[in-house]
Design a protein around this ligand. Structure first.
Ligand SMILES: Nc1ncnc2c1ncn2[C@@H]1O[C@H](COP(=O)(O)OP(=O)(O)OP(=O)(O)O)[C@@H](O)[C@H]1O
Ligand SMILES: [Mg+2]
Length: 279
């Protein structure tokens, strides 16, 4: 599934102040355009508050657009009827930043991972037993065991929880994943493991990724193309290697300088093939 974002602007109205006044409105996204080809891994990088999550929320139709269009395979997301939107949502899943907040502490791992299968039961027709088998298969796919099926989120580490979040996102066999800072809440060593997993899954399952991060090192590891967002505006986009070698924009240069070690051969995030471990 391809994603096209065309001239998207999102302005939040100002807060009410007193009886008659309103504060200034705030433009969180300013004329943003980008294209994610089917099967690609596209990175969106920018500092905190630059509008990354707002764009995700616009893509998922959790926010209305002030202007512009968002198209999946040519279909305008904000113009879809609700039945079509539901079908789209079964092909498009999201992995959230915070694996502590995004898993319901009262639900077992089984029920958390199975929930999308229940929500989309009109599309994914399964018996309860088939669902449990699918959950077991998913846990193995993300490097967890079936002994974890009936445990609760608090019994897991941050990295394990994010694996559960990934299993949940994969449950309905989506084509497209939005990953909003999926490893930012994790320790660096655990980050590398989860990034490895995400990279492997993308290749194995032929997924399309829209990968959001404030960290260019993470983007370099996982993405082919990248767009740099600064205060709601895209300041630069292109193939990752090109942006790394020849950044055109001052803000991109600043992000590159902020990386702990811009030399990819010494970065903790290396693709297995590059690290000589075999793919
Ligand atoms: N509902 C809202 N009303 C008003 N302003 C909002 C609203 N949602 C977001 N904003 C503002 O839009 C800007 C962009 O926020 P957003 O969450 O998209 O940033 P981000 O790039 O995801 O940051 P982070 O890296 O911290 O997650 C921020 O200044 C935020 O305060
Ligand atoms: Mg965010």
């Amino acid at each position: 599934m391809s994603l096209v974002i065309e001239n998207v602007t999102k302005t939040f109205p100002g807060q009410r102040q007193g009886l008659f006044g309103r504060g200034d409105s705030f433009t969180a996204l300013d004329d943003v355009s980008l294209r994610v080809a089917k099967g690609a891994s596209f990175g969106l990088v920018g500092e905190s508050g630059s509008g990354k999550t707002t764009l995700t929320r616009c893509i998922l139709r959790l926010e209305s657009l002030t202007s512009g269009r968002i198209l999946f395979d040519g279909a305008d997301v904000h113009a879809l009827a609700s039945a079509e939107m539901r079908r789209l949502r079964s092909r498009l899943q999201i992995v959230f930043q915070d694996p502590y907040a995004s898993l319901d502490p009262r639900m077992t791992i089984h029920d958390i991972v199975a929930e999308p299968l229940v929500i989309h039961r009109d599309v994914v027709k399964m018996t309860e037993r088939q669902r449990t088998e699918r959950v077991a298969e998913l846990l193995l796919q993300v490097g967890l065991g079936t002994q974890h099926l009936f445990r609760y989120p608090h019994e897991f580490s941050g990295g394990q929880r994010q694996r559960i979040g990934i299993a949940r996102a994969l449950a309905v066999r989506p084509e497209f994943l939005i990953l909003d800072e999926p490893t930012s809440a994790l320790d660096v060593s655990v980050q590398a493991e989860v990034l490895n997993l995400l990279h492997r899954l993308q290749v194995e399952l032929g997924l399309t990724y829209f990968f959001i991060s404030h960290d260019l090192g993470v983007i370099r590891y996982i993405c082919d193309d990248v767009a740099v967002i600064y205060r709601g505006k895209l300041v630069e986009q292109g193939p990752v290697a090109e942006i790394f070698d020849r950044p055109q924009n001052d803000y991109t240069r600043m992000l590159l300088n902020a990386m702990p070690d811009p030399d990819p051969d010494r970065s903790p995030f290396r693709r297995p093939a590059e690290a000589g471990v075999g793919a």
